[in-house]
Design a protein around this ligand. Structure first.
Ligand SMILES: Cc1ncc(COP(=O)(O)O)c(C=O)c1O
Length: 379
């Protein structure tokens, strides 16, 4: 049987990984500055994570959500403690798109409305409403275009109020730092305007933390750079360090009703254990503080490279913008220097999303190789 060929692939076959390194079948070591799409938070093959998952696997890996699973409450308490969102309510699912799909559906249930406001260059996933709220016509099928979505630029408060005033908007969904779109951020004033206007016009503010969440940006959630309380926060990626797990945090003012949301796999025993292990390790190794410090170190180092025209993002969610397209540079970094980096819909931007355990020596190594690669491509 053939694979359904929907992804272009780099010709590398990882078979093993440890901390910030990935190894191919010949034993070649690659420095992972991409974390497999920002998924690896506490490092590949982390001991405590492996022990906890393997212990849980031997106890019980899965049973349905029709019975008690105390691990879900344990995880809710742990996320509450780390994020300080103590009063929020946790619902678990299995991916980022599913988290956003559930968030949008919930917003529609509680407001009784159905139009969504999203932003230019947004990426929220590939399912029905999540993909419709993603600013990329190429990945929307005619089926998805049934959703009512209005895309606005960041920082246009007047346009936002004009749309919200129409009275049919269930949700405003935003990334505090855009991921796939290329690391752009709304201004502080606009973040506060979204928060205020959603309350005035009875719409839900959804913070998509699928990529930024769980300490990557130096705060637990990226929106926590500001003092706002979104109605719904969506999470996935770094939450499980590679185990497929996602979830939403729901503001205490939103009341749960049976049947609103549901899932077979969400919140299973293994998913909860993976995420509990991630939170334990983040705390024990103080990786949030480390992400902030290493991000600052990375930015200082990047400023010394003349070819870098702009540096975007914070913590270990970073982008380097050049005045040329970075496709060939990424290839050179992978094949000649054995370093994984990421691209984005901004073709001139190189994305850096390493495991949060990355050290200064890895960053120094990256910049040495980056300069070599740029010189080779110029020659
Ligand atoms: C901000 C954001 N939201 C949602 C998603 C979708 O997550 P998933 O691929 O787990 O469905 C992504 C994936 O890149 C993302 O970056």
């Amino acid at each position: 049987m053939k694979l359904f060929d929907v992804y272009p692939l780099y010709d590398v076959t990882p078979v093993r990984a440890k901390d910030v390194y990935v190894y191919d079948e010949k034993g070649t070591e690659y420095l992972d500055l991409y974390g497999g799409h920002a998924v690896i938070s506490i490092g590949h093959g982390q001991e405590r994570y492996l022990e906890r998952l393997s212990h849980q696997m031997h106890q019980i890996g899965f049973y349905s959500n029709a019975v008690q699973n105390p691990l879900q409450q344990e995880l809710a308490n742990a996320i509450g403690g780390h994020s300080c969102c103590h009063d929020y309510q946790l619902f678990m699912c299995s991916s980022g798109a599913e988290a956003n799909e559930n968030a949008l559906k919930l917003a529609s249930f509680v407001t009784g409305k159905k139009r969504i406001i999203a932003f230019h260059n947004a990426f929220h996933g590939r399912t029905s409403a999540a993909v419709a709220a993603t600013d990329n016509a190429n990945i929307n099928a005619p089926l998805n275009l049934q959703q009512e979505v209005t895309f606005l630029p960041f920082n246009d408060e007047k346009a936002l109020e004009t749309e919200l005033k129409k009275g049919d908007v269930c949700a405003v969904i935003f990334e505090a730092i855009q991921g796939v779109g290329g690391l752009d951020e709304p201004s502080e004033d606009f973040v506060y305007a979204m928060d205020r206007l959603c309350k005035v016009y009875n719409s839900c503010l959804i913070a998509d933390e699928v990529q930024a969440g769980f300490s990557r940006t130096g705060t637990f959630f990226a929106y926590q750079e500001y003092r706002i309380e979104p109605h719904i926060i969506t999470m996935a990626k770094g939450m499980g360090n590679g185990f497929p797990v996602g979830g939403i945090l729901v503001h205490p003012d939103i009341e749960a009703k049976y049947g609103m949301l549901g899932t077979t796999f969400g919140g299973n025993h293994l998913a909860c254990s993976a995420s509990l292990a991630v939170l334990d390790v983040l705390k024990e190794k103080e990786l949030q503080k480390h992400a902030k410090e290493l991000g600052e170190y990375f930015i200082q180092s990047a400023k010394k490279i003349p070819a870098v025209k702009q540096i975007k993002g914070r913590g270990l969610m970073l982008g380097l913008e050049f005045d040329f397209e970075v496709g060939p540079l990424r290839k050179e970094l992978i094949y000649q220097h054995h370093i994984f980096t990421g691209g984005s819909s901004n073709k001139k931007l190189l994305r850096i999303l390493p495991p949060l355990t990355v050290e200064k020596k890895h960053i120094d190594f990256f910049f040495t190789k980056l300069e070599e690669a740029i010189n080779t491509l110029k020659a």
